[in-house]
Design a protein around this ligand. Structure first.
Ligand code: AHR
Length: 511
């Protein structure tokens, strides 16, 4: 109820004449956990994400663990990365897992028909699942539903999950150096099956999905299998309706949706040399996530009032024109604009924690809205990385419902809310409030009524920079990084915060 009120006000009540933002928190209604999996990532065999970005073998004179860059491992661990989706994306629907197991010199090189280049399959199932163990992240495997078969998917699952000695597949796993099953819980059945994953209709997909869902067995997996069906990648709520209507509740645990903040697919603009108008249009697309989740949830509610089937936003982020300097497919820079997308989107996911269980930022290293960029031996952390790091306090915390009345950010005769917010309470009783001010011209002040929370101390961090185009580069790797934030004041049960223009702020309140 509270949340509904929040969204109504936030999206449609942004009154132009209003000069101050107001929010009210309801700590006594903190009943929903924000799944840590909302803070997940996605790594595809695309451009320089896996090869060069994550896996370098012994190509460079840098420390690695089984060929994976230690600098990247450390950076991802520092985010408490909860899960990693792999091997695609579109690539997953051409991927045959058996090509990439066993001795490396006997693996089958293939052409990467989705993104170009020769794929030597030196990074395969063992390398990926061992990496997830190193990161202490849950693997999320995407099954090939287009050029693959039900049998191939079932065998993959047996190979990774079945206890030792159960079949020739577990014998093969042991021969390849792994005795214990990996116990993979998350399985995506297909990817964008309405496009690169087979150009199917929702009806056709539902029937095919059921064949996979029935055949995939839970091999003593401690927590049960989590099967994720393909949902829409645009405002096609009929697709959602068809899946929810046709797939019985016992055959589905999650429905995936994709949304990229792109203002024009035929000319996506530069990732760092963009105009104010392009910035505004990108922010408008980022805000669309709110409507997209709300509308998909409304359809799902009709068939699943108890919200057992979860929404999995397994691709999201900003997508711009690939940089021409030859850094690989879908390589782009990452600016304060991307930090705004991240802060705003994560607030939306937190506030929908009753339905959204997992989300995967596209993509981890060197592709799209990456958290990490690499150049041979060098590595830098992007503004988006810093937002994910600042927001990690929300992982598995209890969502504190918030009612927000936001000032508007106006351009091109349009207006969108300037401020977004979410809040949570952690196990030690500390409250965290994350706020974004996407307005690139104006600071915003907000008064937050803390309700029954009797906060005595407040500390905070801010991520901002003079221009929305500002970014970290290999020459200037720390231009954008979090700083201590002192512009918040507690007084008589309310908190007043002065948000700089284009800023992300995370506050910690203790009693
Ligand atoms: O993330 C890049 C691509 O975007 C993925 O491969 C595909 O699923 C989506 O269209």
């Amino acid at each position: 109820m509270m949340r509904k009120l929040f969204f109504t006000i936030c999206l449609f009540g942004a009154v132009a004449s209003q000069s101050q933002n107001k929010a009210a928190l309801y700590p006594e209604k903190a009943e929903t956990q924000i799944s840590k999996h909302i803070y997940g990532h996605f790594a595809e065999h695309l451009g320089r994400c896996i090869y060069d970005g994550i896996y370098t073998g012994d190509n460079y004179n840098i420390p690695t663990t089984s060929g994976v860059r230690n600098d990247v491992i450390e950076a991802l661990k520092n985010l408490n990365i909860p899960n990693l989706r792999w091997p695609g994306g579109c690539f997953a629907d051409t991927y045959h897992w058996k090509d990439a197991i066993g001795p490396k010199d006997q693996r089958k090189p293939i052409e990467n028909t989705s993104w170009g280049g020769r794929e030597d399959n030196s990074f395969g199932t063992h390398e990926f699942l061992n990496l997830c163990e190193l990161l202490d992240a849950e693997p999320y495997l995407a099954v090939n539903m287009n050029s693959g078969s039900v049998q191939e998917a079932v065998e993959w699952e047996q190979y990774v999950n079945n206890p030792n000695g159960s079949s020739h597949l577990t014998d093969l796993r042991e021969k390849n150096g792994r005795s214990k099953p990996w116990d993979v819980k998350y399985w995506g059945i297909g990817n964008e099956s309405w496009d690169c994953g087979g150009d199917m209709t929702a009806d056709y997909y539902s029937n095919l999905y059921k064949r996979y869902a029935v055949a995939m067995t839970n091999y003593g997996n401690s927590d049960g299998l989590f099967r994720i069906a393909v949902g829409p990648g645009q405002a096609d709520y009929e697709w959602t309706e068809t899946i929810m209507k046709q797939v019985p509740a016992r055959r589905i645990e999650g429905l995936s949706v994709h949304h990229y903040s792109v203002f024009n697919w035929s000319d996506k603009g530069s990732s760092y040399a963009f105009s104010e108008e392009e910035y505004f249009k990108t922010m408008k697309q980022a805000w669309f996530m709110e409507e997209f989740i709300t509308k998909n949830s409304e359809v799902m509610d009709k068939y699943d009032q108890d919200k057992n089937v979860k929404l999995i936003v397994d691709e999201w982020g900003g997508w711009y024109e690939t940089m021409p300097e030859g850094e690989g497919a879908l390589y782009q820079q990452n600016t304060i604009r991307d930090a705004m997308i991240a802060g705003l989107t994560l607030n939306i996911f937190n506030n929908h924690a009753d339905r959204v269980h997992m989300a995967n930022l596209a993509q981890t290293v060197n592709v799209l809205q990456a958290v990490i960029l690499t150049e041979k031996e060098k590595m830098i952390l992007t503004p988006t990385y810093h937002v994910m790091e600042m927001y990690k306090v929300h992982q598995d915390a209890q969502l504190v419902p918030i009612e927000l009345s936001a000032d508007s950010f106006n351009m091109l005769d349009e207006s969108i809310p300037a401020v977004s917010a979410s809040a949570s309470m952690d196990v030690s009783g500390k409250m965290h409030i994350s706020l974004t001010n996407i307005d690139s011209k104006k600071a915003q002040s907000i008064v937050i009524n803390l309700g029954s929370f009797t906060g005595k101390n407040v500390t905070g961090r801010v991520l901002t920079s003079e221009k929305v185009q500002d970014r970290n580069t290999f020459d200037q790797p720390e231009k954008v990084k979090p700083q201590p934030f002192n512009e918040s004041k507690l007084s008589k049960g309310s908190l007043t915060v002065s948000l700089p223009k284009n800023s992300v702020v995370v506050l910690e309140l203790s009693k």
